[in-house]
Design a protein around this ligand. Structure first.
Ligand code: AFP
Length: 333
């Protein structure tokens, strides 16, 4: 089989299909290069002394891991000088990051969660990087929060990498979802799955069951029915998986279907969920929808939510369409 590198794939998208402009191609190439560098650091683990806490906290008040800080620095540095970005925003930083004056500027905004699932680093379980690309609106200061507060439907590209047994980059530019595996010897991403489709039905669900007592009644009802299995109203047994790295859970769903849930709960009533709209929910919702799945907050389509803050949190239900529709229906009922 002819092997297609990410660069070749992107060139085809630009020149043969006229699906992306050249500066978006450059942007994706640069993000992919940064992801390779993060993958190398993650892979070295204890040998490079990169495990453990950084001794600092991020804007969310969460303890940062050393690799959270390293991954954030790699993404910032790689994307500052290419001339394709107007500004960046990171889950690890309070406000938008301006492109230094000495470098050219472009029209895109890049958002990222540099190391998703970082509580898994020290136990050697998969982690990843999530990113999303928006266009900077005309006449708006790109370093203002306002520039970034666009609904998920405005994303021009979204992707994530999983650093697992192999490093896989999942990408959408609005015309299907494709996966590229890092060939570590050659140092390049190679197309390994084209036009990924998620099965509409599933018997596998992912949720942190330890929060059950804090859930709202529609979630209690839905999960109760799944747990009741064959003898319950669904008449069939369901299986559960929870990696606690959204990248790994979503990659599993892209591979064999499933539903991923992080509901709003009453544990911390001030927070409208655990996951971040701009860095996790929106990019994953675009990818899942592009692969034929569903993605809602339980009440509305995630991609339609008008953000009100850069670090806004939100409830997330995504994956196989028929299950997402069912649990969303329970909320509406
Ligand atoms: P961390 O990056 O702080 O580990 O958070 C990961 C995450 O945002 C998402 O990737 C997981 O699905 C979820 O949180 C795990 O949450 P629990 O700690 O409740 O399992």
């Amino acid at each position: 089989m002819r092997s297609v590198s990410l660069s070749r794939f992107l060139i085809d998208e630009q020149w043969q299909k006229h699906a992306i402009p050249s500066d978006l191609r450059l942007l994706v190439e640069v993000v992919a290069r940064a992801i390779k560098a993060i993958s190398i650091n993650v892979g070295k683990g204890a040998l490079a002394g990169v495990l453990g806490d950084a001794g600092s906290g991020n804007v969310q008040g969460e303890a940062q891991k050393k690799l959270d800080v390293i991954a954030n620095e790699i993404l910032l540095e790689a994307n500052e000088w290419g001339g394709h970005l107007a500004a960046m925003a990171s889950e690890e930083m309070e406000g938008p990051h301006a492109i230094p004056h000495r470098f050219p500027k472009g029209e895109y905004l890049l958002l990222f969660d540099p190391l998703d699932g970082s509580s898994n680093i020290d136990v050697n379980v998969s982690v990843g990087t999530i990113f999303s690309v928006l266009r900077c609106p005309e006449g708006v200061d790109p370093t203002s929060e306002q520039a970034f507060l666009q609904p998920g439907t405005a994303q021009v590209c979204a992707g994530f990498a999983v650093f697992g047994p192999s490093t896989v980059l999942v990408l959408t530019m609005g015309q299907g979802v494709h996966a590229f595996t890092l060939d570590r010897e050659v140092g390049s991403f190679v197309l390994t799955r084209e036009d990924i489709r998620i099965p509409e039905d599933t018997k596998e669900f992912a949720i942190n069951m330890s929060n059950q007592r804090h859930w709202e009644s529609p979630v209690q009802r839905y999960i109760g029915e799944l747990l009741a299995g064959k003898s319950g109203p669904r008449g069939t047994d369901f299986n559960m998986r929870w990696v606690a790295s959204m990248v790994a859970d979503v990659y599993r769903i892209l591979t064999r279907g499933g539903i991923f849930m992080y509901p709003r709960d009453t544990k911390e009533p001030g927070k409208a969920g655990r996951l971040r709209l701009m860095y996790e929910a929106n990019p994953m919702a675009m990818i899942i929808e592009q692969a034929g799945g569903g993605a809602t907050t339980g009440r509305e389509r995630i991609l339609d939510v008008q953000p009100t803050a850069l670090h806004q949190r939100i409830a997330v239900y995504l994956g196989s369409k028929n299950e997402v529709d069912r649990v969303t229906g329970y909320h509406q009922g």
